[in-house]
Design a protein around this ligand. Structure first.
Ligand code: ARG
Length: 464
């Protein structure tokens, strides 16, 4: 047990208390941010004349040595230190002696951890943005290749109207596009530097907070020291956005699972992304999609956990806030893994276009178009709806479909029907005539795809 704060104490910390209090087992993830933050801090201290140039150089060399040794594996982060901040500082003092003891001048672990966590989260936001961008690129090229891959569109999981695979995938494109926009919003709002807030009330040293903020790539310094050490809004926003990404991935997974089922057979998941059964030799299971759907729960859990942790905390820092890390780290990892794997699964999945088209032709997906046909011929829509309803009943009774009826049969239900009805209710016409902006018709889909390409080109991935 090595602590930074022994002076005021006359007894050793109880071993159980020490373990319960310690965070190094999980906050060691922050070592890089902690070191970078310290380098910026001492650079500023020296510029302000609070630290000598010699001390600054010694400290920075020492910190860079620690960083290098952690990364090449020669320095293990061990649990004899309470947290990553103590570990780095104690190591620095071991390495460079006296000068190391000056590192923490004008700083508290409260603004230090606020900074570390913010920088770590900022780079996670950027990495998530990059993964979202690659799923968008994958979707866009799949859309271009499937402009006339017909399939049923559903409402209530009942066949409704025919659409195309490009159109269906386009819906997910919109979702992940909004997710990317959320990453950019969060990044911009969170990008203010809390360092210099001290324990809660700033410091008496003449710190140049704007300078440290600039060194660390922030837009500027935060404006209230109490808020700076106790704000975790940015993390809550990020977890909410991660939850939304998982909700999208989970819906998509659910569809892949349905499409992959023996009943639908719309897709075949690549062998590399499927698993078998220990007992049933015929099985090829969509485990990746199921796991993505399943892992949604733990990401929502992280959001609920942090919201609940934060709700009763008086200003300013309280140790409760150490609980912001474990579940948030888990959520960040989980979402990145899920995005990565899901994109790979999508990229290698085969669509059975014949099965999808066949399915789109069954189930009266052209009933609305048959009604619209009558409307064009002058029948009021409400009457046309009733006529086609009776026609559907007739077909169900005869176990057939609208396009397979003879003109006489059609005329026996409504004499407005003519030869041109067959073209009007063909699958191709039903889709290609849907040309309102956002609809599946090929011509309008092409225009939308062009617009999406322009969006991607003008929306660069955030820098990690
Ligand atoms: N491990 C702590 C955390 O994650 C660091 C801050 C400790 N500050 C303190 N006053 N005990 O929040």
């Amino acid at each position: 047990m090595a602590q930074l704060w022994g002076g005021r104490f006359t007894k050793e910390t109880d071993k159980l208390v020490y373990d319960f209090n310690a965070s190094i087992s999980f906050d060691q993830k922050l070592y890089k941010e902690d070191i970078k933050g310290s380098i910026a801090h001492v650079t500023m201290l020296a510029k302000q004349g609070i630290l000598t140039e010699d001390d600054k150089v010694a400290i920075i060399d020492g910190l860079n040595g620690i960083l290098e040794d952690i990364e090449n594996g020669s320095l293990q982060i061990t649990s004899e230190y309470e947290d990553i901040h103590s570990f780095v500082e104690a190591n620095l003092i071991d390495r460079i002696g006296e000068a190391g003891k000056r590192l923490h001048t004008g700083r508290s672990r409260n603004d230090q951890v606020a900074l570390d966590m913010r920088m770590y989260t900022r780079s996670q936001v950027a990495q998530t943005d990059a993964l979202l961008n690659s799923i968008l690129e994958t979707l866009l090229s799949m859309m271009e290749a499937n402009l006339d891959t017909y399939m049923p569109g559903f409402t209530h999981l009942q066949k409704a109207q025919p659409v195309t695979l490009a159109h269906h995938l386009g819906a997910y494109f919109e979702m992940f596009k909004r997710d990317r926009q959320r990453m950019h919003d969060i990044y911009e709002r969170m990008n203010y530097c809390p360092l210099g807030a001290g324990a809660l009330a700033g410091t008496t040293y003449s710190l140049d907070r704007a300078y440290t903020a600039e060194l660390l790539g922030f837009t500027g310094p935060t404006l209230n020291s109490m808020d700076s050490v106790s704000d975790r809004d940015y993390l809550i926003e990020f977890l909410a956005a991660l939850s939304t990404i998982m909700m999208h991935l989970s819906r998509f997974s659910e569809e892949v699972i349905i499409w992959n089922s023996n009943e639908y057979r719309f897709v075949e998941i690549d062998d590399a992304y499927s698993t078998g059964s220990s007992i049933m030799p015929q099985k090829k299971n969509p485990d990746i999609a199921e796991l993505v759907r399943g892992k949604t729960g733990r990401v929502y859990g992280a959001l609920m956990s942090l919201l609940t942790t934060m709700k009763g905390i008086p200003l300013a820092y309280n140790k409760d806030m150490q609980e912001d890390k474990e579940m948030a780290f888990d959520a960040m990892n989980t979402v990145q893994d899920c995005l990565h794997l899901f994109t790979g699964m999508l990229d290698t999945m085969k669509f059975r276009k014949d099965v999808m088209a066949e399915s789109a032709m069954n189930g009266f997906t052209n009933a609305t178009d048959a009604a619209d046909y009558l409307v064009v011929k002058g029948v009021p829509f409400r009457d046309a709806h009733g006529i086609i309803g009776r026609l559907v009943l007739y077909c169900i009774d005869k176990n057939t479909s609208i396009d397979k009826l003879s003109l006489e049969e059609l005329k026996s239900i409504c004499d407005v029907f003519d030869e041109d009805i067959f073209d009007a209710v063909s699958l191709k016409t039903c889709v290609e005539k849907r040309l309102t902006l956002g609809a599946p018709g090929m011509e309008i889909m092409k225009r939308v795809i062009e617009e999406e390409k322009e969006f991607l080109a003008g929306f660069p991935v955030l820098e990690a």
